[in-house]
Design a protein around this ligand. Sequence first.
Ligand SMILES: [Zn+2]
Ligand SMILES: [Zn+2]
Length: 358
Amino acid sequence: MKAALWYAKQDVRIEEIPEPKPGPGEVKIRVKWCGICGSDLHEYEDGPFSIPVDTPHPLTGKKAPIVLGHEFSGDIVEVGEGVTGWNVGDRVTAEATVACLECRYCKQGHYSYCDRLGIFGVHGSGGAMAEYVVAGAPFLHKIPGNLDYEKASLVEPIAVGFHSLGAGNFRAGMTAVVLGAGPIGLGVIESLRAAGAHKIIAVVRKSVRQEYALRSGADVLLDPYEVDAPAEIRKITGGLGADICFETFGVDFGVNLGLNCLHNGGTLVVISLWNKPVSVDLMHTVLTEKYIVGSNLYSYNDFETVLKMLEDGRIPAKGYITKRIALDDLVAEGFHTLSGPDKKKHVKILVTPDRSLL
Ligand SMILES: [Zn+2]
Ligand SMILES: [Zn+2]
């Protein structure tokens, strides 16, 4: 079968490899669509960040070259030994989590805390930028009735945003600030709208992304390079500041800006991934009793909830898919588009191994 293999930075090849076989507890899926994640792009442009190159991943036992892709949908074509409740022909998507299911965290259901946590399509397990992929039954989800395969492949990145609401103890009626309007920031905005935010303030630099933030449900837009965002937010909130802020900028500036947008006792939820430490004014945090919390991936229930909300339209995800391409064109039409002059226009580029879907 055809698959996209990451060999090294700037070296992703579409190659013929043997079809994967489902082991005990696994199913084999024919892939319909797989989204390109920001993390795939980073691994291509500047990696390796997370892809194991010298030492195999402790859970999967694999290292590069690895098959990319973790935001996908498809049909089950084969069911492995011991799998119950899943049948050939089921329309499915899967979490990108690869957890041991044996450690204390996994047994409590907190498998995103797993000691040996891996990411599908990054750490050597799976990889859905391929004609077929094998996934563990515990991480599968049925695509609800009316939801199409394209939208179903969006559940993974949107669930990352949705999960962050729970991580920050968001409650309906709160005023929220969202820093950034990339795929995750937009997922947070859509989730906040669906979950009953009183007001959503998107802090986004001037670009087409501002329109996207409004379309996703933001009430107010602030360009942090044009205005004093914390001061504007205090004006909007009766002089106090916002209840909660979601950080998806991924730069130091965003963490400190986020803290300054909050009222005392408010919560900053950090969702970005970092490859170096960040400098934060902890004295300010102490004196104001603000919370800084991290949010990683999602839980089984987040995935189920987001799938339902995508199906019934509470999360419309309108305009989220900005391009559809064939697997063969992943590098030229996918990665190069996402790093080229039109990069801001794109939210999610979907890849398919089946040209008849284009
Ligand atoms: Zn992703
Ligand atoms: Zn575990």
